[in-house]
Design a binder for this molecule. Structure first.
Ligand code: F0G
Length: 463
């Protein structure tokens, strides 16, 4: 197959040596880590695709910005640099720094939601969901049905199903403190939400006077997908599209460890003073004063610079093409994954890869173990282990519709030959899939609703 090369719009100035642990070391690491990818040490891993969160490379401009950090407790110059970048790139007037995305979720849900509330969503990610549970509320998934069909190539599989949203509002009424839309939809395969859909959601939210929040961790990738897939937006820049998306929302929560290109950081941005002051007391309680929110002044500077860099179209074109390249190589090898390729990751369809392993034996996590065994590559299972729930009434386990194994690509970090190595290793696992005849069982896990997968001790079992 002849491919158009999409070369890196950067060159390497500093290298981080990595090495490949041998087969015996990998077996030992699996045992020590209780067959849970979160239990491995960094040095046990050759290519680490556990997450794209906080794992990217900063630019020379970000490293230079770090030195400008003003560490004043209140009113730091660095905060005002961040505020200005948010206003320029995203258009919000009120800016709350937080130490990362889940901190933004904590202060948002902790301030605005109460027990019994419902939060309509396209689909929440694991920590977001756990924060909703933590305040005694529940998410209501309103994503379009296409999201659950890995082979369906709908261009905007993260979209909200408007009739589902209307129904949720009709059913739960004033139990809904806010609506949230994740861009891109991480749990559903890193799939984008169209601008048209965001505008529709915004109109519904306004009609019912419910604030619309975006979980905007991957907002720049989402805007890039809109540019290349949404006819009406083709002539707009990614920056303009991003602003148009933000204009739909009353507020956003952001894990800045993703698109905004920093190793640590988060944000809540609001359009109104009212929302700002409702959220702020909890920030002071849990994060830090309003102008630093748990971050050092230097972190605020790096984030301000990262926000400006994330909308660079050459960077985004390469990023999305690199993920798609990995997808193409896997497709050539026959490996089933969520189509089209996501913005930040390839999500392998573990249910189709290992159809002989029942979901209760966690096929996505078995696949994670096998891919690690094969190539010292770390991905993460996003299936029953992470998302199964108990039906309170019947006590029965409710399994998620998708059983996915995610390979998240770090920003500006790995080369295309790393992608080739990953694809080759996974295709090799695919060739021997019929011989993978075991499941995983949870031995120990703390009782923490929505969080036990991070800490679970697993072991192989025959079934
Ligand atoms: N929202 C989304 C859509 C996310 O993907 C994440 C984190 C968060 C919120 C929470 O942000 O990690 O900064 O506290 N996702 C990471 C992942 C961890 O691997 O996808 P955080």
């Amino acid at each position: 197959m002849v491919r158009r090369i999409q070369p890196e719009p950067f060159r390497i100035k500093m290298v981080e040596p990595v090495s490949i642990p041998d087969a015996a070391q990998r077996e030992e690491a699996l045992k020590t880590g209780h067959f849970n990818m979160f239990g491995l040490r960094g040095e046990d891993v050759y290519i680490d695709l556990l997450t794209d969160s906080g794992t990217g490379a900063m630019s020379k401009y970000q490293w230079a910005a770090l030195m400008k950090g003003d560490e004043a407790y209140a009113g730091a110059t660095s905060f005002y640099a961040l505020k200005e970048a948010v206003k320029d790139v995203l258009g919000f007037d009120y800016v709350i720094p937080c130490h990362q995305g889940r901190a933004a979720e904590n202060v948002t849900f902790g301030s605005l939601a109460k027990p019994g509330d419902k939060i309509p969503f396209n689909m929440p990610f694991d920590t977001t969901r756990a924060h909703i549970f933590n305040v005694g509320a529940e998410p209501v998934d309103c994503v379009i049905d296409e999201a659950f069909d890995p082979e369906c190539r709908h261009p905007f599989k993260g979209n909200v199903d408007i009739p589902k949203l209307e129904k949720a509002i009709a059913t739960y009424g004033d139990k809904i403190p806010l609506i949230m839309v994740t861009i891109t939809n991480n749990s559903g395969g890193g799939q984008p939400v169209s601008l048209e859909n965001l505008r529709q959601v915004s109109a519904v939210a306004r009609k019912h006077k419910i604030p619309l929040f975006l979980d905007a961790a991957r907002m720049a990738e989402n805007a890039y997908f809109i540019k290349v897939r949404e006819e009406a937006c083709k002539s707009l820049s990614v920056g303009q599209i991003l602003r148009a998306c933000m204009d739909c929302a009353d507020a956003i929560t952001v894990s800045a460890k993703k698109d905004p290109l920093v190793n640590i950081g988060g944000l809540v941005c609001t359009r109104t003073e009212d929302l700002y002051y409702r959220i702020l007391p909890r920030v002071i309680l849990c994060e830090g004063f309003a102008t630093y929110g748990g971050l050092a002044g230097r972190d605020l500077e790096c984030l301000a610079q990262g926000l400006r860099e994330m909308v660079d179209e050459q960077y985004l074109a390469h990023r999305v093409a690199q993920v798609a390249y990995l997808g193409d190589l896997l497709e050539e090898g026959g490996v089933p994954f969520v189509k089209p390729a996501g913005g930040h990751a390839i999500f392998i369809d573990a249910a189709a890869f290992l159809p002989h392993i029942p979901q209760k034996y966690y096929p996505a996590d078995v696949l994670a173990v096998e891919v690690y065994r094969e190539g010292a590559i770390r991905g993460i299972g996003l299936g029953a282990l992470a998302f199964a729930t108990k039906d309170e009434a019947t006590g029965e386990t409710v399994y998620p519709k998708l059983e996915l194994f995610r390979l998240a690509i770090n920003r500006r970090t790995y080369t295309n030959s790393h992608m080739e190595y990953v694809a080759q290793s996974i295709v090799d696992v695919y060739k021997r899939r019929d011989r993978i005849r075991y499941g995983l069982e949870v031995g120990f896990a703390p009782a923490a609703k929505g969080l036990h997968h991070f800490l679970a001790h697993l072991h192989p079992v025959q079934f």
